[in-house]
Each structure stands twice: as C-alpha cells, then as structure tokens.
Design a binder for this molecule. Structure first.
Ligand code: SF4
Ligand code: SF4
Length: 366
C-alpha cells in the first residue's frame, strides 16, 4: 500500500522562507513534499514554488510552517493561522537544534502548546555593563557601573512577564555581556524552568567563550540554550576558535556575521527633527528591567542615559509590569513613543569608547 504524502505549506516568502526551502530540501523523506507558499504581500512563485491563495490549501491535512523573517510577526501569523483553521502549525526557527535529519524536528517548533495569548519575544539584561563598550550601543552599556544585578529580582521579572502570556516564543538573556555574570548558570536554569518551551538565547559578543567552565557548558547544553554571537572586530579575530568550542560542546548557535557588525548605528539625535533619516533599530525588542517593561532598550535605559549626560530625551512609554495585562502589553509595545522621533539612521564604523563614554558616542547634536 502506498504511504500518504505529508504536504507542507510555508507562510512567509522572504529570507527565512528561502532558508526553509534549502533545509527542507536537505532534510525530507520521499513521503514529504512542499506544496507552496502563503505570502499576503506577493503573488506568483517563490523559490520555484507557487504562492497560493487560501482556497488552494487543505487546512485540515497540510502542515503549515511559519517562515516569516522577523520574530515579531510570528505570534501574529500563528493567531491568523489558528483563526483560519490550520490544524498543524509549526514555526521554522532557522537554527539547527537537533541532528535527526528530519526537517520538523531539527529546525522547527510545534506550536500546538502555544495557547491563546502569545508574545513573540522579550529580553532581559543579566548584566548591564560590558567588556567591549561599543560606541553607539543601543543598550548604552558603556555608561553602566560594573555592578551585578540582584538575581532574584531579575528572575522575578521574567516570572511576572511569563504569567501574563500562554507562551513566549523567544527570550534573550543579554546585556551588556551576559557571561560577565558569575551566576549565569542559575539564570539559565531558572529561566528554563519558567519558560520550558521557549527558544532561549544568550546574546554575547563571544569574547569570554574560551573562558567558560565545563559547568556553564553543561547548563547551556542541558537547558537547550542557543548561543547568539555578535561578531564584532575583536570577536572576528578569534571566531574560528569560538566556533570550534561551540561545536565541541554540541550547542546550537547563531553567528551574526562580521560584515554586518563592522558598521554600527549611532542611534540618537538630540533633536526630534534631525537632518538624518529616521530609523528604528530595535523594533520588537521588548525589554524588561527592574519591574518595568518598554518596547525597546533605547527607551528602557533612557533615564540612565539622561542622568549620565544631563540630557532630557523623552522617557514616556516605560510601564510597570504589574500595571499591565498581556493584551495591553501586546498593544502598547507596538505604539510609537516620543523617543521614536529621536531615533536616526547614522552609520558609524565599529569602535570602542573605552571606559570614558561621551554623549557623542551615542547621539548627534542635529
Ligand atoms: S558588545 Fe557592544 S553592543 Fe553589545 S552590549 Fe556590549 S557594548 Fe553593547
Ligand atoms: S524609541 Fe521607537 S524608533 Fe527608537 S528604537 Fe525604540 S521603538 Fe524604535
């Protein structure tokens, strides 16, 4: 008897859609096939597959894989897919997390446990300061003192956020440089307990990777943490060593390549009607800190910035976590805030501002 063919539809005909076609091509069996794409903004073909209409899809039987590029849209598409009646919905993470040779198991997450109120992503500082002190850092890490945060209170913020949603798709432990915190193992373990099915990433500049202990690697591996490395100039000079160490410990990782990190954005103007084009570099990077929530790091740390440089950039849009429910968070984290008027496209070469950052490492006068 012939086996039924499992048919796939990919939702999102962009960079991730292309990558999903490549990974599907390398990791499918003869009884699996790709029928085509859904993309509300395109018609015709993509990667040799048709872009389909709702009527052309069998929502009961076909496996829908969300392949949009930006995580901030994954929750929205998941909601739409549920409303449209798709029975089997997966999310293509683009990161290889297992090595079974099966597309769904290695690269995708089954959305069946996600529930009714899903947040796409959020992030927290495990440490506020950094060992690189990049000019233009959107988290303003160079202005922070070399102090460790209160672990319980940061973990409690993660717990409070989780309690407002049925699922959080991605959660980032970052900074500053998260591996500067000697308590990183307990952050890893506690976050995994709170977010058992979330893709948890540690975002690092990678410089401390050769110095991590076996215990830290064990915690990363056992808690299914993805290491996301921003390859700045100093990281670039040791990247092969870093890759070897990651491979040796068999952990999933993402490299944000050198070419994309040699250019930096100095993110702010000191006036709202700047001569520079406006640009948002942190859309969707919802940040929690000291019991509060803001739609981006640029805003979350602006009070600290104003204190450090005697400026008065607007700080509206930072909310107490306790004051909002999940639906309010989703709505408010998409609303423009006054600081958006000051965010500009101002490309600079990557460089460190050392231990003495100035206002002009982050902002332009005009
Ligand atoms: S590596 Fe650079 S951009 Fe990243 S947190 Fe540190 S100072 Fe900021
Ligand atoms: S303040 Fe607005 S424009 Fe600036 S980074 Fe945040 S969300 Fe984007």
């Amino acid at each position: 008897m012939e086996r039924a063919v499992k048919k796939y539809i990919f939702w999102g005909a962009g960079t991730h859609g292309r990558l999903a076609v490549e990974k599907f091509g390398q990791n499918h069996t003869t009884d699996e096939s790709l029928t085509g794409f859904i993309d509300k903004n395109q018609t015709g073909e993509f990667c040799g597959y048709p872009i389909l209409t709702e009527q052309e899809i069998h929502k009961d039987t076909e496996v829908l894989v969300i392949t949009v590029d930006k995580t901030e849209f994954v929750a929205e598409i998941y909601e739409q897919a549920k409303k449209s009646g798709y029975k089997k919905v997966y999310w293509f993470t683009s990161v290889k997390q297992k090595k079974t040779g099966k597309f769904l198991l290695d690269y995708c997450v089954n959305c069946k446990t996600w529930g009714d109120l899903v947040l796409s992503q959020a992030e927290i500082h495990v440490v506020d300061y950094c060992n690189l002190n990049c000019r233009g850092c959107a988290h303003y890490s160079p202005i922070f003192k070399k102090e460790l945060p209160d672990r319980e209170s940061r973990i409690n913020d993660i717990r409070k956020l989780k309690d407002k949603f049925s699922h959080i798709i991605k959660f980032f432990l970052m900074g500053g440089e998260p591996f500067l915190n000697p308590d990183i193992i307990s952050y890893i373990e506690e976050t995994r307990k709170i977010l058992p099915d979330t893709m948890i990433q540690i975002v690092t500049n990678g410089l401390l990777i050769p110095k991590l202990s076996q215990e830290v690697w064990k915690a990363i591996y056992e808690n299914r943490i993805v290491i996301s490395i921003s390859e700045y100039e100093p990281t670039h000079s040791m990247i092969n060593r870093i890759k070897d160490i990651l491979e040796e410990h068999d952990v999933a990782y993402i490299l944000r390549p050198y070419e994309s990190k040699t250019k930096f954005i100095k993110p702010l103007s000191l006036i709202p009607d700047s001569k520079y084009e406006k640009e948002c570099i942190s859309n969707g990077c919802i940040n929690i800190w000291n019991g509060q929530i803001a739609r981006c790091p640029n805003l979350m740390y602006i009070n600290r910035f104003n204190e450090a440089f005697q400026t008065a950039l607007p700080n509206q849009g930072i909310y107490e976590l306790d004051s909002l429910d999940g639906r309010e968070i989703i709505r408010l984290m998409k609303e423009a805030v006054p600081l958006c008027d000051y965010c500009i496209h101002n490309e600079i070469s990557w460089g460190s501002c050392g231990n003495h950052p100035t206002l002009y490492d982050f902002a332009e006068e005009d």
